[in-house]
Structures are given as structure tokens and as C-alpha cells.
Design a binder for this molecule. Structure first.
Ligand SMILES: [Zn+2]
Length: 199
């Protein structure tokens, strides 16, 4: 196993990388309760990108954990979660944005995951139109029997991590959520660490 990269991503920061088939990407929640918004694209055909509905249907769950696979729009496996110390990650909450922070909290001019995605996707010649419903690692969005859902306090503790294996060449993009108005980032965003390894 060769380490390709180890980087701390500041609270509210962003990151992306191209992974080859078999490469491992570990995301470490250094302080706990820190949501990490995540998108993935086929590196060879970026229009074939992470698809939340296919991922839920193929895994038979709205939550992600060890051994679940992230599926694309064309129902190809982009990545597999090969290790996970938390056991639950969100597929339905989407990313925070300037606009949703105004609508939900009356907060103007906030930094948000959507802007991070726009900036990071530009590095790969991808546009805002390439942003789709994303994965939220470490974010706790339970759905009740009556259908009620809410962002609740995160379950991750300091040092918890999730590790993904690329099942095809992928562009992985993440935003270390800057949200301060709900528990997604424990009301106080903190740094994460990304470790890339080659098998
Ligand atoms: Zn966010």
C-alpha cells in the first residue's frame, strides 16, 4: 500500500482528487460530528455521476455504511465503502447553500457547501449543473416511521473515519461543511483529514 496524499482540510474547506481503480480514500472526522458533503463522477465520462436514488435502491437502504456501494446514474458502481467506524451516513439531506441558509435560517451571505462544490468542480471543467443530490458522510438524518426527517446531532466521535475504494476511475469531490445553523457540523465546523492510498 502506497500513500499518495495526506491532507488536513480546514473547517469549511474543500478538496477533490482523481482516483484510479482500487485507490482508497479515507476521510477522518478529526474532532467528531463534522459533516462531509461528497460527490463522485466517472473520470472517463463525468456525466455518469453519483446518483442517490440508484444508491438507495441498489443497497436497499437510505443510509450508507460498511460494504455499501455508491452507484452512478447509469447504475455503475463508482465506489465501495470498505471501512466505516460510524455505521451511518446520509443520502437525502443534500448540501447547504447560500439560498437554503436564507430560506431556513434567515442568514445572508453565508459560506456553504454548494459554493465549495462549484469552486472545486471548476477545477475539473465541471459546472454548477453537475451538482446532484450528494452523500453526507458523518451526517445524521434519521427518517421516522411517519416520514418525518431532520438533521440531528452527529454520531461520529473524534477520529472516526470512512474509507472508500474506487471501483472505476473517479473524480471525488468533497466539502467540509461550514454550516453553523444546524447540527450537521455540531454547530461549529472542524477540520477533517483525507488520506489517499494506492493498493
Ligand atoms: Zn454544508
Amino acid at each position: 500500500m502506497t500513500r499518495l496524499l495526506r491532507r488536513t482540510i480546514d473547517a469549511g474547506g474543500r478538496f477533490s482528487a482523481r482516483l484510479q481503480t482500487g485507490d482508497l480514500m479515507r476521510i477522518v472526522d478529526l474532532k467528531g460530528q463534522q459533516a462531509v458533503d461528497f460527490l463522485a463522477y466517472s473520470a472517463e465520462l463525468p456525466v455518469d455521476r453519483y446518483n442517490a436514488a440508484n444508491t438507495m435502491k441498489m443497497n436497499g437502504s437510505i443510509y450508507l455504511g460498511k460494504d455499501t456501494k455508491l452507484y452512478s446514474e447509469r447504475a455503475q458502481v463508482l465506489l465501495t465503502i470498505v471501512d466505516d467506524t460510524v455505521g451511518r451516513h446520509d443520502t437525502i439531506g443534500g448540501c447547504c447553500s447560500l439560498w437554503s441558509n436564507v430560506a431556513r435560517y434567515g442568514v445572508k451571505d453565508s459560506h456553504a457547501c454548494h459554493a465549495n462544490f462549484v469552486a472545486e468542480l471548476a477545477c475539473w471543467s465541471l459546472s454548477p449543473a453537475d451538482i446532484v443530490a450528494n452523500v453526507n458522510f458523518f451526517m445524521n438524518v434519521p427518517v421516522r416511521a411517519d416520514g418525518a426527517m431532520a438533521i440531528e446531532a452527529g454520531l461520529s466521535k473524534p477520529g472516526d473515519y470512512v474509507e472508500l475504494r474506487a471501483e472505476m476511475p473517479v473524480i471525488a469531490v468533497l466539502s467540509n461543511c461550514p454550516q453553523r445553523n444546524n447540527p450537521a457540523a455540531g454547530f461549529g465546523p472542524t477540520p477533517i483529514e483525507v488520506i489517499l492510498r494506492q493498493a
